[in-house]
Design a protein around this ligand. Structure first.
Ligand code: ADP
Ligand code: MG
Length: 732
């Protein structure tokens, strides 16, 4: 009997529950030590200033802050300082840390050890080792960018993202954030396009600001904060769920009697065990310079959220990747598994990631901040208009950037934004947009003409009540919150596209204003007004979860792409490729490669899930159901023997019931097996495979799930091999 393993798991969990211990570890980071803890393992500005010769320090800051090209001569000095500092923190190795198109990060460690000739060794780390690495790239997805015979790929140091030391059980590793490209210089990663898009948005922003007279601005930086949702389950349960291990989600599982209907978990009291984990997690993140700020319980039982303080967008994306890694590690240390999947448990809220986005000048002004003066309002209105236009015009790539097998469970499932992109501004700002379109405002003195750059906008308070939790993209006071990202995905593509759509739209506005003869308040007004009129269909403040909205969005001509293969279809479309190329974000081949990789990843994910379904159904669950069937048959026999044929009706009914359910499940499993083998034997491209998996395999997987979940509530509890939802979600 396998079910005793579940009982054993619960015993184990009880034995290690911190609630049963009186000597719980004291806080890892007391408030007085926090400032010292923060960034201790980061080669940050302070360390650089401290350890580098002044001229090298100044040169490096130039590279980091203004994108000046890195001189080879300073790399050697930086490498030496970095090595000495890292060794001081126990590092024995270094690694170029990069973000291949897999969606996770990759690293290959090399020790600092170098033979010195006489049987001795020294610790060495040169400028060229810092600047460039050459991992064997042949096994990373390249989407056709690189045949395996030309396997060489290069990692290149990204000085804008600080290096850090990660501690392992036997020493630390100096971890250097890098970009990853092929020997022809094509980007094989997610970071390079993001860095390019940062340049694009800076250039377009500076252009329009200069156009309206803000000539002191030389650079504009995109900034982001990624809120991260996740689930925790005890590791004892996790180990008994092959689906969680292979797919990060449960492919089967009947609903628990108590789900999230009481809304008692959201912002609820954090249990001591989870709190202890969170404290450990934050301590670890702080050491690595990740400014973890907020922690709370989320809507579903067993679900939580972490939010950092925002920073430069590329560092923020790197740190979100790091956060997910640290989350998994620290959870394991606490005997738990952190699940970042978008939908680990059917019937409960899934997990997302919110990308909070803004752009700020090098003088520190947030351009999405309405501001108090007419002048600041002018730039705000231009950036707002550009963002609205960008969202409307480029719905397709924004949608594509959040497409994944996991997110398909979430988007449009009444707990997450729909697959339709719309923009929520809040009632006041919508009023402003309307006034700009009409060219008039209603004031206490009557109807007046809007004069951009002359009138101050109404004071726009950051009104927390004016929120729309159903919106995929929401203005929240001084930033846009892209709320439709999947929890498990890298934020790199959405960040890249937000930069890109803003850059393109800002240029559009600049072009238009220039064509009218240059900047005047009137010209700006004309351009803004026409642009908003054309693109205001993207604005929506109602409930995004309703069927009425789906219908209305269709009338408005907004895109609705519910599945990943549909969402990806325009990624490499020629007008998008032109856009990518114009802004230097992706070359044609880079865009096409990503289209292939995203489709391939989708198809592979579904394939693995389908195999997990089949294996678990055929070798774990159906055998348990058959044991129960035998038990029911024996019971019927016994009752008949003891009490006679008249008394046996309930047992026979029970037997018939389980027999029927087994037969339904068997059929569903056969069907799924057939579908999978058919798809696997077809010779097709990635996009076609993704579509077939989506249209033919996913629905049959759903049928099998329904049949297995029906068995779960029929079979005797002591025979059921898989930890149940009621256990995984509540025994924590
Ligand atoms: P809310 O979701 O309620 O608006 P917060 O104000 O705490 O919550 O912000 C959520 C996230 O947005 C945090 O990661 C925060 O650092 C980030 N954030 C705040 N201001 C900005 C900004 N100007 N640009 C980008 N991200 C920001
Ligand atoms: Mg938020």
């Amino acid at each position: 009997m396998t079910a005793h393993l579940r009982q054993e798991a619960i015993r184990q969990i009880s034995a290690t529950d911190p609630r049963t211990k009186s000597d719980r570890a004291s806080n890892l980071t007391s408030s007085d030590r926090l400032p010292d803890t923060f960034g201790l393992y980061v080669f940050d500005d302070a360390v650089q200033r401290d350890r580098l010769p002044t001229d090298v320090y100044i040169a490096l800051r130039g590279v980091i802050e203004s994108g000046v090209k890195l001189e080879e001569s300073i790399a050697g000095e930086v490498a030496r300082a970095m090595k000495d500092w890292a060794i001081g923190h126990g590092a024995t190795h270094y690694t170029h840390w990069f973000q291949p198109m897999t969606g996770s990060t990759a690293e290959k460690h090399d020790s600092f050890l170098e033979p010195s000739g006489n049987g001795q060794a020294i610790l060495k780390f040169s400028g060229s080792q810092l600047v460039q690495g050459e991992p064997d790239a042949s096994s990373f997805p390249s989407g056709g960018l690189r045949a395996t015979f030309e396997a060489r790929g290069y990692t290149a140091w990204d000085p804008t993202s600080p290096a850090f030391v990660r501690k392992g059980p036997g020493g630390g590793t100096l971890t250097i954030p890098t970009a990853f490209c092929s020997w022809r210089g094509e980007a094989l990663d997610k970071k390079t396009p993001l860095l390019r898009s940062c340049e694009a948005v800076s250039k377009a922003s500076v252009r329009i600001l200069n156009l309206i007279g803000e000539t002191d601005v030389k650079r504009v930086n995109a900034q982001a904060g990624c809120e991260q949702e996740y689930f925790l389950v005890d590791r004892e349960f996790y180990k008994l769920r092959p689906d969680l291990i292979a797919c990060n989600r449960t492919v089967f599982g009947a609903a628990p009697y108590k789900g999230q209907e009481f809304d008692d978990h959201y912002f609820g009291n954090i249990s001591p065990r989870v709190l202890e984990f969170m404290q450990d997690l934050e301590h670890e993140l702080w050491l690595l310079g990740v400014p973890a700020k907020t922690r709370h319980n989320e809507v579903a039982p067993g679900q939580f959220e972490l939010a950092p303080i925002y920073q430069g967008i590329s560092v923020s994306v790197d740190q979100n990747m790091l956060t997910m890694e640290v989350l998994r590690e620290v959870a394991a240390r606490h005997g738990m598994a952190a699940l970042m999947h978008e939908k680990p448990f059917a019937g409960l809220n899934g997990s997302g990631k919110h990308l909070n986005f803004s752009v700020a000048t090098d003088t520190g002004r947030n351009l999405f901040d309405p501001g108090q003066t007419p002048h600041k309002n002018l730039s705000f209105i231009l950036f707002l208009t550009a963002f609205i236009r960008g969202c409307d015009k480029h719905q397709d790539i924004l949608r594509a950037s959040i497409a994944s097998a996991g997110n398909d469970h979430r988007l449009g499932a009444n707990e997450a934004p729909p697959a339709i992109l719309s923009l929520f501004l809040g009632s006041q700002l919508e009023g402003v947009v309307k006034a700009l379109i009409d060219g008039t405002v209603t004031t206490p003195r009557g109807v007046e003409t809007v004069r951009l750059g002359v009138d101050a906008l109404p004071n726009l308070p950051k009104d927390v009540s004016d929120r729309n939790r159903t919106s995929p993209m929401a203005f929240t006071g001084n930033k846009f919150e892209f709320r439709a990202l999947g929890s498990e995905q890298s934020a790199a593509y959405p960040a890249t596209f937000l930069n890109l759509i803003l850059a393109e739209s800002l240029d559009y506005l600049s072009d238009k204003i220039e064509r009218l003869g240059g900047f005047t308040d009137g010209n700006a007004q004309t351009v803004v007004s026409a642009c908003l009129r054309q693109h205001s269909r993207i604005l929506f403040s109602g409930d995004n979860y309703t069927a009425e909205w789906t219908a209305e969005a269709k009338e408005r001509g907004l895109l609705n792409r519910p599945t990943t293969p549909e969402a990806l279809q325009d990624w490499a479309m020629s007008s998008n490729v032109e856009l990518f190329e114009k802004y230097g974000v992706f070359s044609r081949s880079e865009a096409e490669s990503r289209f292939h990789v995203q489709n391939e990843t989708y198809a592979n994910k579904i394939k693995v899930e389908a195999r997990a379904c089949l294996d678990i159904a055929d070798t774990m669950v159906l055998p348990a159901a058959v044991s129960y069937q035998l038990r029911a048959a024996e019971a019927a026999e016994k009752v008949k023997d003891l009490l006679g044929a008249d008394a046996v009706a309930p047992q026979l009914e029970n037997l018939a019931h389980i027999t029927e359910r087994i037969s339904i499940a068997r059929n569903a499993s056969h069907l799924l097996r057939e579908e999978v083998s058919q798809v696997e034997s077809l010779d097709q491209g990635d996009a076609e495979a993704a579509t077939i998996f989506c249209e033919q395999v996913v629905p049959v997987m759903g049928d099998l799930r329904a049949a297995i979940d029906a068995l779960e509530i029929t079979v005797d509890d002591d025979l059921w091999p898989l930890p149940k939802y009621r256990e995984m979600l509540f025994v924590l």
